[in-house]
Design a protein around this ligand. Sequence first.
Ligand SMILES: [Zn+2]
Length: 64
Amino acid sequence: MTDIPGRVPPRLELCPRCSEHIYAGTNLCPHCGGEVPALLAAREEAIAEALDALQRLEAALALS
Ligand SMILES: [Zn+2]
């Protein structure tokens, strides 16, 4: 088994807009040209809103 220093496999993520593989830390998606940090932030916000809505729904159901 040989270890080659500096040859770490690149981490890949999925573009939040087009779902193509992009390198982790990429700022501009090479496939759709989307700004990855902004898209990730928007997705986080949407998930947080969905969780908030779910919690309010669960609270409303618990009261009935
Ligand atoms: Zn993309």
